[in-house]
Ligand binder design. Structure first.
Ligand SMILES: *Cc1c(COP(=O)(O)O)cnc(C)c1O
Length: 829
């Protein structure tokens, strides 16, 4: 090593990334010059930092090229505004994208380091709750890969999604201090900072031309400071940017208090203002109407729009043509304040007249709706908006005035329609953010065919009627680069060997794999890879929980946020039912199963936390019952996140997608599992329907009520008591849970679960779907006993997943929503 270090430090700093020896010298040099550590005593952590900084150098070099080329071509830019980005770890992603995995592995080996171990040093940046944040990350990858000029904007939360442990069977939340040891990937742009204003009051006057102008004065200001993360695409010359904002106290704000007398007070105010980007709200599919959240939303929206406009003004001067050069996608309504903020900037700051500004605004924004659940539709109290954002409330009223005028014209005399379509809910005195986003956007999209249909027919029928063609569907997708190539490299290699590499950027190419289902040798290799992935998952489970599971058993997996609508409870009912049958010897040819459930519950969501506890109580009983030990195991896998998904999904045989029909907008977990060769058991909900259409009815286990049947059943008066009285097996299972069979030390522990199923009327139809679910699970068992038949179907699933690439989603957005073409930078760079 002494000699190595000496040589490396004598050499040039420039690294030839296609030569392992040069990389090794580069790593030593980065270790000394950037990390500041002696290579002779460096540990895994330091090697990770040296490697990350080396890669960061390449990102920066290539990023400058992209940036110059974009300005050169003056292409229309896409800005993706999202409160959440779940990007997953960066290191392996960049290595895969640059095609450097093997050479870097070799270089590290020559330094006595293992790449996979080094990669484990990176914290998973958990700046999101679940599907919505992960979708944003998949979209950035697809845009960069296919050379679309797309950039992300979000918040650099100091604490991301909490990390979850299970103590005494219950979820315990721990702060996610992911920046504790620094973040080697970010470029902090101290000079890119914008003031974001709050509170204050409005002063209106007539300007020289006699036009009414309004000014927002006496505000409390906070600075938004930019940090950039570079986004690479697969084998792509494009480097895009994800700009995340941090809240910093402004000097002005400090100085007002800053004198000897109240020095401590001044610093205290400084810290309060900086809480804006402190922590991610850990809630998925529900909203909490807190002022801090409203401020977070406005904070990132205002900073992003100021930045977007500043960039536009570097090359253009006419604000009335802004929409020709930019498109802004709103990921759910969290950034919907961008609509009044854009109006404020155009009218109050840049002096456009109202009508022109409104035209520009509506041609700029597009809005993606992510949910039909009423508890997830954002509304803000008028009083709170008046206090925090008085000018924006006025602008919303003005928008609503014009909007209602048109509604009256379109639906004359229909007062009900007028009430329903207003941006203001008069009854609760709240502003409806989805309405605001719809009115302020050029296009509104749902995220799966069923979801978009329900949006148009059930949630916003009058809007759909008033704006024909505004509502469109773009079914979600996942990037095959992370969710196959990176997380399941063996399967990726097998596929490439069979059909070539095209699938990596054109997933429809997987179709060529179909004939391989009939190839016995291929099936054998496919099964061997699945088994190896199950062993890897088994080792992960043992490491996380201490439980030993059998990789030969069927791995039955449900990992996703814990929510009543996703029906983890239905899964548990089936597990308990199976346990009863096994104990009573009522199963003739039992199939050994390992049921794996994972996911986080929102900290204030009592019932979701009870479900986690129930899973753990049931697991404890079953796993300690020797009479079923070879046949049934239950695992609660703690701290589900992108990194654990990357291990869990490739190891699944069965994918549980069992939400109540009409509640899951799309789902993307469903796509990841099928792409990795799991078979789906699922309801006709979200994208499951489209998955079924693609893979064929014979290659998926569909069960349960349809959306129409759910609505019809509820309309006729659904009675959970009647269901249970007609099904003694179900009654037995529910009785065991609610009478404390799994928790004799506290028999009424699951009182609330009994209550939701009966007194509260089983909103999510768990009992109604139980019998059909059990029947479908029996079909699953039967097929699993024929490994060849199972493998055929699993291979066909993989072969038919082409359409569920986020590349397809992004091409659709580009064509139908943004009207942009990919850039061709290959020649320029
Ligand atoms: C894909 C993904 C999700 C979304 O899963 P669904 O099953 O669609 O709810 C949530 N969390 C993580 C970490 C994911 O990777």
């Amino acid at each position: 090593m002494d000699q190595l270090v000496k040589e490396a430090l004598e050499g040039e700093f420039r690294v030839n990334m296609h030569d392992a020896d040069s990389i090794r010298r580069g790593l030593i040099s980065y270790m000394v010059r950037v990390v500041g550590h002696d290579p002779r005593s460096a540990g895994t952590r330091q090697w990770f930092m040296a490697l990350a900084h080396m890669i960061k150098g390449i990102l920066s070099e290539r990023g400058m090229g992209t940036s110059r080329a974009q300005y050169g071509q003056d292409t229309r830019r896409i800005y993706y505004l999202s409160m959440e980005f779940l990007t997953g770890r960066r290191l392996m992603k960049h290595l895969v994208d640059f095609g450097l995995t093997d050479t870097v592995r070799e270089a590290l080996e020559s330094l006595g380091q293992d790449l996979d171990t080094v990669a484990e040093e990176e914290p998973d940046p958990a700046l999101g709750n679940g599907g919505l944040g992960r979708l944003a990350a998949c979209f950035l990858d697809s845009m960069a890969t296919h050379q679309y000029p797309g950039h992300g904007y979000g918040i650099r939360y100091e604490f991301g999604m909490f990390s979850q442990t299970i103590e005494d069977g219950q979820q315990v939340e721990h702060p996610d201090n992911w920046l504790r040891r620094g973040n080697p990937w970010e470029f902090v742009r101290h000079s890119v900072a914008y003031p974001v204003r709050f509170h204050g009051r409005i002063v209106c006057f007539r300007d020289e031309q006699g036009r009414e102008r309004c000014e927002w004065v006496d505000t409390q200001d906070i600075n938004a400071v930019a940090s950039d993360l570079k986004i690479t695409g697969y084998d792509s010359p494009i480097i895009s940017n994800l700009r995340l904002w941090t809240a910093r106290a402004t000097n002005d704000f400090d100085l007002r208090f800053f004198n000897e007398g109240n020095y401590i007070e001044a610093v205290k105010d400084k810290t309060t203002s900086e809480t804006l980007s402190k922590v991610l709200y850990p809630m998925d599919s529900t909203v909490l109407g807190q002022e801090l959240r409203l401020k977070q939303e406005y904070f990132f929206v205002s900073a992003s729009l100021q930045d977007i406009i500043a960039r536009y003004l570097r090359v253009h001067s006419d604000m009335s043509t802004l929409h020709k050069k930019i498109a802004i996608q709103l990921n759910d309504t969290h950034p919907a304040l961008a609509v009044p903020e854009m109006m404020r900037l155009l009218v109050d700051v840049h002096g456009l007249d109202w009508d022109k500004a409104w035209h520009v605004t509506r041609e700029t924004f597009c809005y993606t709706n992510h949910t039909l659940l009423p508890e997830a539709l954002e509304t803000w109290p008028i009083g709170m908006l008046e206090h925090v954002l008085p000018r924006h409330l006025e602008i919303i009223y003005l928008i609503n005035h014009d909007h209602l005028q048109q509604v009256r014209f379109r639906f004359p005399g229909e007062m009900d329609v007028l009430r329903r379509m207003s941006l203001v809910d008069e009854e609760t005195q709240r502003i409806r953010m989805a309405h605001l986003a719809i009115v302020g956007s050029k296009r509104v999209n749902g995220v799966a065919a069923l979801h978009t249909r329900l949006l148009r027919e059930k949630v916003f029928p009058e809007f759909d009627e008033m704006y024909p063609g505004k509502f469109v569907n773009v079914t979600n997708g996942v990037t095959q680069r992370r969710w196959l190539l990176q997380c399941n490299p063996e399967l990726g290699a097998l596929i490439s060997q069979a059909i070539g590499e095209a699938w990596k950027t054109d997933l429809m190419a997987l179709r060529d794999l179909e004939p391989m289902a009939e190839d016995a040798a291929f099936r054998e290799r496919f099964n061997a890879i699945k088994l190896a992935n199950k062993e890897r998952l088994g080792a992960h489970i043992a490491g996380q929980t201490g439980l030993v599971v059998d990789p030969a058993s069927m791995f039955d997996v449900q990992v996703k946020r814990i929510h009543e609508y996703k029906r983890q409870l239905l899964n548990v009912l089936h597990v308990v039912h199976r346990y009863v049958l096994l104990r009573e010897g009522r199963v003739t040819a039992p199939v050994p199963r390992t049921v794996i459930i994972g996911g986080k519950a929102a900290p204030g969501y009592y019932l979701a936390k009870q479900i986690i506890r129930l899973i753990n109580d049931v697991a404890l009983t079953i796993n300690n019952d020797r009479s079923v030990s070879d046949l049934l195991k239950v695992v609660f896998l703690p701290n589900y996140n992108v990194s654990s998904a990357e291990i869990t999904i490739p190891g699944a045989n069965l994918s549980e997608q069992i939400s109540t029909a009409g509640t899951e907008a799309s789902g993307t977990g469903n796509m990841k599992f099928a792409l990795n060769g799991a078979l789906t058991i699922g309801t006709l909900d979200g994208a499951n329907i489209e998955i079924k259409e693609e893979v064929g009815d014979d290659n998926i286990f569909i069960f349960g009520l349809t959306t129409e049947q759910v609505m019809e059943t509820k309309r006729r008066g659904y009675n959970p008591w009647r269901v249970i009285e007609g099904n003694p097996d179900l009654k037995r299972v529910v009785d065991m849970i609610t009478s404390g069979f799994f928790n004799p030390q506290q028999v009424n522990r699951y009182h609330a679960i009994g209550e939701t199923l009966f007194e509260r009327g089983d909103q999510y139809m768990v009992l109604a779907d139980f019998a059909a679910y059990v029947e479908a699970q029996n079909r699953v068992d039967e097929l699993f006993q024929d490994p060849d038949a199972w493998a055929r179907k699993a291979i066909l699933n993989v072969a038919r997943m082409g359409t569920f690439s986020s590349d397809r989603s992004i091409h659709t957005y580009a064509r139908d929503i943004w009207g942009v073409e990919p850039m061709d930078l290959t020649a320029t760079l």
